[in-house]
Ligand binder design. Sequence first.
Ligand code: AHR
Length: 336
Amino acid sequence: MLSLKKKAGLRPIAASFLALAALTLSAGLGIAHAADDALPKIPNKKPLKVGFAQTESNNPWRLAETRSFKEIASKCGWQMVMTDANSSAAKQVADIQSMIAQHVDLLVFPPREEKPLVPVIMQAKKAGIPVILVDRNVDQSMAKAGKDYITFIGSDFIDQGQRAANWLVKATNGKATIIELEGSTGASAANDRKKGFDEVIAKNPGMKIVASQSGDFARDKGRQVMETLLQAHPDATAVYAHNDEMALGAIAAIKAAGKQPGKDIQIVTIDGTKGGLEAIKAGELGASVQSSPFFGPLACDVAQKYAKGETIPPWVKVSDRFYDKSNVDASMQYGY
Ligand code: AHR
C-alpha cells in the first residue's frame, strides 16, 4: 500500500483514499489484490501444518493423488489436515476456508474448477498462508502463480489433448466420426484437454467431432453419456475421453450397444490408471496419455526450496508417458 503513493506520485490524501478503496474491494470481494504485496512465507517449524483439500475420491487417479500426500507427510515433516469436497467446488471452497480459519501453515490443493477457487487463494494470501496449486490451475486472468500463490505444479493438459489426437489421427488413417467425453465443466483439465485435442482434429478434414459432452471425469456418468450419444450417433467410429474412468464407462456402453470397442470404435484417453492399461492389454482401449497424480513428493520439494528462499517458477511442469499396445506390457508397473 505504501508503494502506491511512491509509485504514482500521489498526494497523501489521494493515496490513502486509493489504498482504502483497494482494501475495501479486497475485503468485500475477496478477489481484488494489492499491487505490490509479497507472497506469504512458509514458517520454519516442524511439524508444518499442511492443508490438502481434495476435490473428490471417486476414481483411482484421485485416490493415488491423496495417497501420495499421505505417504510423503512424515518424510517431509508435514502434519496433514485433509478434506474431500465430494465433487463440489462450493464444498472445496468451504473446506479451504475452514483450513484458513485453523491457521494451517501451508495450503496445497487441486482447484476443482478454474474460477470458483480464486477467492480462497486471495483470502489465504491475506491471512498470510502460502498456497501451492497442484494438478489443476486457476484462471490466470483472475489470479497468477508467483504473485497470488507460489506456483502451479502439474501436467501440460493442452499437450495431453494434442498427443491423444495425434494418436487417433494415425490409428484411423485420418478418418473418424468422434464422440468426445469431457471432464468436469469449468476444470482446467477439461478445458485444456479439449483445446489441445480439438485444435489437432480441426487440422484434419477427415476427422469430425459430432458430439461433445461432460461425463464429469466419472465412470458411470461417462457410461450414461456415451449410451445417449451413441444412440444419437450410431455411426461414431471413435471416442476421445478426457480420462480413463470415462473411457472405461464408454467401453461398457459400446459393448451394451452390441459393438466392439477397439474394433468398431477406437478409443483414446488420458491418465494411465491400472484399469486403463489393462483395457489397452485387452485391445479395447487404443491408447492413454499418462497424467501423473503423484504430487506429494513434488509439493514437498517445492515447499522446502521456497522456504529456503529459492526462486520457484510459476509452473513446475510434470512430464507424462504415453501408453498403447506397443509398450503396455512393459508399462504395467506405472499403473495406479
Ligand atoms: O485433473 C486431473 C484429472 O482429474 C484426471 O485425469 C482425472 O482422472 C481426475 O479426476
